[in-house]
Design a binder for this molecule. Structure first.
Ligand code: PXL
Length: 274
């Protein structure tokens, strides 16, 4: 019987190192006993044109029906890219799936660099606003944070990210909000977190290249560290270092196929020894 572990629900993009293809091995290698509820199967993520897209939302209720009969329950829930129909599934079913309510990571995975992912629109944002109020940890980038709040980004800085994190925490009653991948001047990248009105930030050197999948690798390794009882900020620091190791180890790779996350895996596992 499954009793515990993490339930990961996001898409499987069949080529490259993104979404479920990184979440499952990272959380599995870190001993967190993941189960999966795939939301869609794509030939590639939507950053490529003309990807195939098989929506899994008709199958998802059958999967959880069976799980209910087996009385499976989970310690934590991790939602990433959902897609239009799977988002409806989650809105309807999030309260029925058996998991510990205090451990719900939602990584909105719907937009970046000022643009929504292809195939998603304003209605998606409106529905996601309902879902994110169920999160205990939300990890948007700046674009996603601004979309949830219906605001334009006028400045990219630690203080504007802090404002967005606080506004999200207050408006959607989310206990912990972490804005990820904040591109700062002078080749720096940062994260800003807010928990109960207290904020913190972390700044790293921005490495060359702009890879797809780094948000997924960040969220997955962050969750692994957090579920191994690291504080939020420490978990972010571990995740940022892990992403940097993946990027540093990636040579001659098509940036759209994501960095080599496996390069830092043994390092990550060593960080988690309690
Ligand atoms: O890596 C984020 C991501 C996940 N899933 C799908 C995507 C993207 C980014 O484009 O398209 C389907």
């Amino acid at each position: 019987m499954i009793n515990g572990g993490v339930l990961i629900s996001q898409d499987l993009s069949c080529a490259g190192q993104v979404s479920m293809s990184v979440a499952l091995p990272i959380l599995g290698a870190c001993g967190l006993q993941p189960s999966v509820l795939p939301t869609a199967i794509l030939s590639t993520h939507t950053g490529f044109t003309k990807n195939s897209f098989c929506d899994m939302s008709a199958e998802m209720p059958k999967i959880i029906e069976h799980w209910k009969k087996e009385s499976f329950y989970f310690d934590a829930l991790y939602l990433g890219y959902l897609g239009n129909h799977a988002l409806d599934f989650w809105l309807k079913n999030i309260d029925q799936i058996s998991y510990q309510r205090e451990k719900v990571l939602i990584d909105p995975a719907m937009a970046d660099n000022g643009k929504m992912y292809r195939g998603l629109n304003k209605d998606y944002v409106i529905k996601m606003r309902k879902l994110i109020s169920k999160a205990t940890i939300l990890t948007p980038n700046m674009t996603e944070a601004a979309l949830f709040l219906g605001e334009k980004i006028t400045e990219v800085s630690l203080s504007s990210a802090k404002y967005l994190a606080e506004a999200l925490a207050n408006r959607f009653s989310i206990p912990n909000v972490i804005i990820t991948g904040i591109p700062l001047e002078q080749e720096k990248i940062a994260e800003v977190g807010v928990t109960r009105q207290k904020s913190w930030s972390l700044v790293q050197k921005k490495l060359p290249g702009s890879f797809f999948g780094t948000g997924d690798i960040f969220a997955s390794s962050f969750l692994a560290a957090y579920l191994h009882n690291n504080e939020l900020k420490q978990s972010c620091s571990i995740a940022a270092n892990f992403v940097a190791k993946a990027i540093n180890a990636t040579t001659n790779q098509n940036a759209r196929l994501g960095p080599n996350y496996a390069a830092g895996l043994s390092w990550l596992i060593n960080q988690l020894k309690e």
